[in-house]
Write a protein that binds this ligand. Structure first.
Ligand code: GTP
Ligand code: MG
Length: 445
């Protein structure tokens, strides 16, 4: 596979973050990677063994640093090319000197963002779902995100879709065989067998798609909007959950205007909490804009926490209640320290952000919800819209094929269905996608 960069160049980059650290890793990949053992290192490379070496500057006698070198001969390396990894001391001057010395070597140039991974993909070390998983793993903030990324990196997803594509290929082969002999119709028993297999695959893919977006939500974080009337204690609740004063709290109704968000790790699940403006009748233009944002946030959220003041008998005015009781939601009565709770409307939690009473109970319920909404089943999980769209297109093509009259049309739709699966794993038609996918990578990956 040809890319905009010259695949013949030997590329190098710092793989660890720049700055002061105990160790810095510098990665080199390409046909001339091994050559640094003659110039910079002056030792015989030992495949897959750590060697303690001196790194020499271009003048041939100045020692830049003492380092560990690792040599991975092609094709058994991350990129599939010859790879050398240097573990140098992690100081700015050391790193700079080593990078300068590498840049001076013939055929060497600094890697572009994501270029190591791109070469790994080009050399079929990783399929596209694994490339994406690698990006997800590096960005994983919580335990559940890490697990999901690791599962995808192991290749389960690619295996699943290749398996389905193989099934389509076998069915297609039957139709194609008969296409060559137009005078012979497909025997009815064979035809019904093929249709049966297609119906099964259709069902399997439909079930796979009906996942309530768990994988995508886990990757992006569960969005939880805190909404309710002014002064109910929404900002106080956000602060209590975040354990810091992220939002302004005051006795003045209508304090919060902008949407304030806080990222949290809830038992391994990533969530983003949004504090919003209290909802009420108002003539104030700024407050109205705040409420518009609050409503938008509430609509877009994956889960809503409705907060009401437990001492306010008119707390759940019907209009407010009807409008915001959008599933899924949790009902919270705040200010338990002040007195009675109004008649509960469905399941609810009575708490006090002031004393902390029952905050732990809310956290338990919230983590339960997060687990219920994001928790994974075994096997392949859809983690981004790109996968979902291709799967939908695949399913549509199979459905068209099932109702198509002519065998030629059936075959064509099956080819299209298979192609969509191939797009997910990167087997076909992905040149246009690569730039988008690798754009999120940084140099050294
Ligand atoms: N007694 C008591 N007071 C509380 C409790 N929670 C919040 N308050 C008080 O209620 C008032 C309003 O709190 P906020 O958190 O600003 O309420 P809000 O819902 O964000 O209000 P707006 O931003 O105006 O919509 C403040 O004076 C808080 O100190 C509580 O559990 N008990
Ligand atoms: Mg507020």
């Amino acid at each position: 596979m040809q890319h905009h960069s010259n695949p013949q160049a030997t590329i190098f980059a710092l793989a660890t973050p720049p700055g002061i650290s105990g160790v810095a890793v510098i990665r080199i990949s390409g046909p001339d990677a091994k050559r640094i053992y003659q110039s910079m290192i002056r030792a015989t490379p030992e495949p897959r063994l750590a060697q303690l070496v001196k790194l020499y500057a271009a003048d041939g006698h100045t020692v830049i640093d003492q380092a560990l070198s690792l040599y991975f001969p092609a094709p058994n390396s991350f990129t599939g090319e010859d790879v050398v990894e240097l573990q140098t001391h992690g100081g700015r001057a050391v790193i700079q000197a080593v990078l300068s010395a590498l840049a001076a070597l013939p055929g060497y140039r600094l890697a572009q963002p994501g270029e190591f991974t791109r070469r790994a993909f080009a050399n079929e070390k990783l399929d596209l779902t694994q490339v994406e998983a690698l990006g997800d793993l590096l960005h994983a903030q919580t335990e559940a995100q890490r697990r999901q990324a690791m599962a995808q990196l192991s290749g389960v997803m690619g295996d699943q879709y290749r398996h389905w594509a193989d099934g389509l290929t076998r069915i297609l082969a039957h139709y194609e065989a008969y296409l060559d002999f137009p005078d012979e119709p497909i025997p009815a028993d064979i035809e019904s067998g093929l249709q049966q297999r297609l119906a099964e695959l259709q069902q399997t893919i439909a079930t796979h798609l009906a996942d309530d977006r768990r994988g995508e939500m886990l990757r992006e974080g569960l969005r939880i909007a805190i909404i309710g009337p002014p002064n109910a204690g929404k900002s106080s609740l956000l602060n209590a959950l975040a354990q810091r004063e992220a939002a302004i709290v005051s006795a003045t109704a209508g304090t919060t205007r902008d949407v304030i968000s806080v990222d949290m790790d809830l038992g391994g699940y990533p969530i983003t909490l949004y504090d919003t403006a209290g909802l009420r009748e108002s003539a104030d233009a700024i407050e109205i804009e705040g409420m518009r944002r609050a409503q938008l946030t509430a609509q877009q959220a994956d889960l809503r926490i409705l907060v009401f003041d437990a001492t306010d008998p008119a707390a759940t005015t019907d209009a407010l209640w009807q409008q915001y009781r959008v599933e899924p939601y949790l009902l919270v009565w705040n200010k338990a320290d002040l007195g009675e709770r109004p008649k509960a409307r469905g399941e609810s939690i009575l708490l006090s952000t002031k004393t902390g009473y029952n905050l732990d109970a809310l956290l338990v319920v919230l983590s339960g919800k997060a687990k219920e909404m994001l928790g994974q089943s075994e096997g392949a999980v859809i983690t981004r819209l790109r996968h979902r769209e291709a799967l939908r297109a695949c399913l549509d093509a199979i459905t068209r094929s099932v109702v198509a009259g002519l065998p030629e049309l059936r075959a064509e739709d099956l080819r299209l269905a298979r192609r969509e699966l191939g797009r997910i794993t990167g087997q076909v038609d992905v040149e246009d996608l690569l730039d988008i996918i690798f754009r999120d990578f940084c140099i050294g990956k």
